[in-house]
Design a protein around this ligand. Sequence first.
Ligand SMILES: Nc1ncnc2c1ncn2[C@@H]1O[C@H](COP(=O)(O)OP(=O)(O)OP(=O)(O)O)[C@@H](O)[C@H]1O
Ligand SMILES: O=c1[nH]c(=O)c2[nH+]cn([C@@H]3O[C@H](COP(=O)(O)O)[C@@H](O)[C@H]3O)c2[nH]1
Ligand SMILES: NC(=O)CC[C@H](N)C(=O)O
Ligand SMILES: [Mg+2]
Length: 514
Amino acid sequence: MAHQTLVVLDFGSQVTQLIARRVRELGVYAEILPYHTSAEKLAARAPRAIILSGGPSSLYDEGAPRLDPDVLKLGVPVLGICYGLYLMVAGFGGQVERATHREYGPAALTVGRAEGPLKRLRAGDRLGVWMSHGDRVVSLPPGFHNLASSDNCEHAAVFDPERKLWGVQFHPEVTHTERGDEIIATFLDAAGFARDWSAARFVDEAVAAVQARVGTSGTVICALSGGVDSSVAALLVERAIGERLHCIFVDNGVLRKNEREEVERMFAGRLHNKLIVADARERFFAALQGVTDPELKRKRIGATFIEVFEEEAKKLGGADYLVQGTLYPDVIESVNLRGASVTIKTHHNVGGLPERMRMGVVEPLRELFKDEVRRLGLLVGLPEDMVWRHPFPGPGLAVRVLGEVTPARCDLLREADAIIIEEVRKAGLYRQLWQVFGVLLPVQSVGVMGDGRTYESALAIRAVTSTDAMTADWARLPYELLATMSARIINEVRGINRVCYDISSKPPATIEWE
Ligand SMILES: Nc1ncnc2c1ncn2[C@@H]1O[C@H](COP(=O)(O)OP(=O)(O)OP(=O)(O)O)[C@@H](O)[C@H]1O
Ligand SMILES: O=c1[nH]c(=O)c2[nH+]cn([C@@H]3O[C@H](COP(=O)(O)O)[C@@H](O)[C@H]3O)c2[nH]1
Ligand SMILES: NC(=O)CC[C@H](N)C(=O)O
Ligand SMILES: [Mg+2]
């Protein structure tokens, strides 16, 4: 493909993909490779520039990820962020040490020299940046200029014009850093990128890549949930191979109210082959019986999904490939993918297929974030209301019914959840929220209704704002709306007598409770 490329070497930061995504937003194709990629391999991809990500390790830890030193000698501009900065500085004889004051969160940067990454700023400017480090650079090798500092960090931005090495201690890739995108844009311009990348181009290349991957014969199935991810994936693959694609929707018993009917309606007439609806409710509840541990729930659900797909594939006379709408956040939080990040929770669809299935997996959106996928959705012709549906996790209500998942408890949650969504839509706030839903707690509390004593379940309302689910804040919903939701749930849903509002951000909490 004739587009220019930037390579991000991943040292295990939770936000590595944000770097790639910022770069793509600026019209440059970015690809992520593991930190141990050799200079030779890198050179074969002919990147015009390289970014070294941050990472959880300390440079002097045993087994800390290292960089092939020749990478810094390829002659293309390199930008090191945090851990990447340390590697660069240490690589040329500078010193990195454990800091006495760690910095996590916002910090004020003071610009000393407006060059390199800070070229678009002015000396003396103050900038709100986002930091996340426990180590710091204490001395720079010859050739490096110090450009900026913060209260707890002397070398917060550095530049070696000769060797084309750029380094920042703060994270320009996160939205909390002011003018972070300008800093990245300055780097891209210095590397001479023509900005030849776009979403339309992604569609063309993804279609071509699917064609090349699955060939000209054989059957392909798609796990279609009706969510924006798998819907976009399905439409992309259908563009590539037409009637060889069969989409399967699984009713796993832990769906939202009317979800199955809505998905059926949504895809009626939209696909070459009629949507296959697999009713697997009993099988899922059987697999979940007696299970309360969140990770075990997720694993059981993942395995059951696979069993169902396997059976449906058999009915079609076998399938060679399975299409999934996996996105990057599903991957980064689930597995130790390319480098050194930590497992937070096992997203149900990332576990990998059992050996016996012998189906290839096709995940055309694996590198993307939700809002990138939404833009693609509009481009491939999905209707607005579908593109803007809130994400709904594959394990569904099972990870929102804390404790054992039974049909009765799911019914309880489903009714309350429908009220929550209805009221949020009525208030005109649906589009502004990343997600809003109910969580049924494994807690009973005492109430008084109609002069009688009740001892029933408590429910939490969770509403968050976010742009990519990697970080999120609890939504400041109006009190009036909360009051309406609470009153309606307690009055209309028999079995719930108390409603709470979740006021935790991510991190340190996560969006889903399990
Ligand atoms: N009920 C289901 N039937 C078939 N496939 C499913 C179902 N639930 C999840 N999947 C598969 O698992 C993948 C991951 O689910 P996920 O919820 O992240 O994506 P989505 O449902 O496509 O989009 P969204 O995040 O907007 O809900 C889906 O893209 C789909 O391939
Ligand atoms: O397809 C999915 N399979 C899963 O197993 C899963 N778990 C969480 N989510 C969704 O991912 C986003 C981040 O969720 P957390 O902050 O709870 O990790 C939120 O949008 C969650 O709804 C999932 N999606
Ligand atoms: N964000 C980072 O790259 C952190 C690097 C290193 N773990 C530190 O604490 O300084
Ligand atoms: Mg979903």
